[in-house]
Each structure stands twice: as C-alpha cells, then as structure tokens.
Design a protein around this ligand. Structure first.
Ligand code: SF4
Length: 147
C-alpha cells in the first residue's frame, strides 16, 4: 500500500503552532540527538520527527513541552537565573494563586499550565507559549532559541 501523501499545513492548522520547524531541528541539534534518538525521547516515531522538521505535521503541545524541558536541562545556566515571580515582580496575592509559586517552579514556570502571568491565566498551551516567548524569564532560559 502506498503511504498517504502529506500536505503542507494550512490556515487553522497553522494557528496552533508555536514551535517553528527550524526551531525543532535546532533543539534536536543542540541536544546532540539523531532523529531516531529524538523520537525515542519524545515517545514518537522517526517519521513524526521528520514530519515536524519538514513542516508537514503540526508539532503537538506535549512534544513542544517535552522538547523545551530537555533543552532547559541541557543548556548550562549560571546561578544568576532568577525565579519568575522575582523577575516579574508578582504581588503576594498573585503568587498565592499561581502554580509556579505553589510548586516552587520559578524557572520552569513556562512548563506548567495555569500560571498567572501579567495578571491572568492563559486558557491554552498555545496562548501561554505565545506569551512566554515574549517574556524575559523564558528568553533567559532559552538563549539558544534567539541566536
Ligand atoms: S509568561 Fe511564561 S515564562 Fe514568563 S513568567 Fe509567565 S509562565 Fe513564566
């Protein structure tokens, strides 16, 4: 049987994408992994990894999250890296309702849903990531993505 022909992403499909195809490859290269090794780490197929890199398939939220998580733990960080609530100057009332504070994940705030950034919770991972990518906390965590 012939494999299904994949088509480039269009309109609505594209709207959910936060990781750009070049960025996914950049992350894999930074991690020093082959496509096969990356597939294993992400719990997906080599074909899926190839599709992500070629832009044929939407990169799901869990793949983006896992990729960034691995990257965050590969990039050497110095101790100057601050907690999000300090960098953002969050008031006590906000911190009390924010899971980043509750779980003391001030450097992994971008990883968890339900954080209260700029006074409001983002309803989806895509909306959250869109905001995180413009945030100093995220940018200082992933300088390699902004080279
Ligand atoms: S916008 Fe994202 S990176 Fe910035 S503090 Fe909030 S969760 Fe963290």
């Amino acid at each position: 049987m012939r494999p299904a022909v994949q088509r480039p992403l269009r309109g609505a499909e594209k709207r959910g994408i936060v990781v750009k195809k070049g960025e996914f490859t950049k992350i894999r290269h930074y991690l020093g992994k082959t496509q096969s090794q990356m597939a294993q780490l992400l719990g997906t197929s080599v074909k899926a990894v190839q599709s992500f890199e070629q832009g044929w398939r939407r990169i799901p939220a869990h793949v983006e999250r896992q990729s960034l998580f691995l990257l965050a733990h590969r990039i050497p960080h110095n101790n100057k890296h601050g907690r999000c609530w300090t960098i953002q100057g969050c008031p006590t009332a906000t911190k009390k309702n924010c899971p980043a504070w509750e779980f003391k994940l001030g450097e992994l705030c971008w990883f968890i849903n339900g954080t209260i950034c700029r006074g409001e919770m983002q309803s989806t991972w895509q909306k959250k990531m869109k905001m995180c990518r413009k945030c100093r906390v995220f940018q200082s965590m992933f300088p390699v993505l902004y080279d």
